[in-house]
Design a protein around this ligand. Structure first.
Ligand code: SF4
Length: 259
């Protein structure tokens, strides 16, 4: 298995990107364990260690997630160390909204941001799998930038690419996304003999889903690092560009390819 990304702590970066500017990464997942509601074939963090659809320790049971105090301390230190951040982004090696105290953590970070770096935005990269759950949803809605994954417009392609935990249905996700204002959709393009979302019926279903959701922006990208499934190979850049052009022309939704 090639080297995959696993963050050693709560803070990583900051890294500069075209969309987020100088972005401080925040990992709310336990060290050494990838906990997610999906197990995407292209995930650069490797195979999901625990495929779950809800955190199980809201009733005071022991948890291995970092505490609010630990997150607060790590981010406060980083906000003083890196004074010109554009974005503080919840992402990490798994699904950040699975943290059982996610809404409280987002509010804590917002308060620190207001005090220390008022021009930085608070963002989240999410699978969108937990939008019907109250606590993940409250935390997501507290973020200034909401970047939601959508890799498919039909259940079969969704199951094949994202390999979700039981009880997670694509139609529920699309319905919730279509009710959310001011969101960014991020789509990883996949092409292989086993599954694809760039041609034929899967592509048509994806276009229709974007037309229903009508996000502020859709960003299309292709994997650029080793993946758990070697057959989930890189989609060429010209294909990413042409699909973005087609998507924008057919739906009127701003679409951009990004690396
Ligand atoms: S949702 Fe993100 S972290 Fe989870 S498996 Fe997919 S790519 Fe990896």
């Amino acid at each position: 298995m090639p080297a995959l990304i696993m963050y050693p702590g709560i803070i990583y970066g900051p890294v500069r990107s075209r969309r987020l500017g100088l972005s401080l990464g925040v990992n709310l997942l336990p060290v050494g364990r990838k906990i997610c509601s999906f197990n995407c074939v292209y995930c650069e963090c490797g195979d999901t260690t625990e495929l779950i659809d809800q955190a199980r320790d809201e009733q005071g049971r022991p948890t291995t997630f970092p505490t609010i105090a630990a997150v607060q301390q790590a981010i406060e230190h980083a906000l003083h160390r890196y004074p010109n951040l554009d974005t503080i982004t919840f992402a990490g090696h798994g699904e950040p909204t699975l943290h059982p105290r996610f809404p409280e953590i987002v509010q804590t970070v917002r308060d620190m941001r207001d005090r220390i770096q008022p021009y930085a935005r608070v963002g989240v990269l999410s699978s969108a799998a937990l939008l019907t759950r109250p606590r993940p949803r409250v935390g997501i809605d507290l973020c200034d930038l909401r970047m939601m994954k959508l890799d498919a417009g039909d259940e079969a392609t969704f199951e094949a690419i994202d390999r979700p935990a039981a009880n997670i249905r694509l139609e529920t996700i699309i319905a919730e996304l279509s009710r959310m204002p001011n969101i960014i959709i991020q789509t990883c393009l996949v092409d292989s003999d086993r599954v694809n979302n760039v041609r034929g019926e899967p592509w048509e279903a994806l276009v229709n889903a974007i037309d229903r959701i009508r996000p502020d922006l859709i960003q299309l990208y292709a994997v650029d690092r080793p993946t758990p499934e070697p057959w989930a190979r890189k989609v060429p850049w010209d294909v990413v560009q042409s699909r973005a052009d087609e998507l924008q022309a057919r739906t009127g939704v701003l679409a951009e390819p990004f690396a």
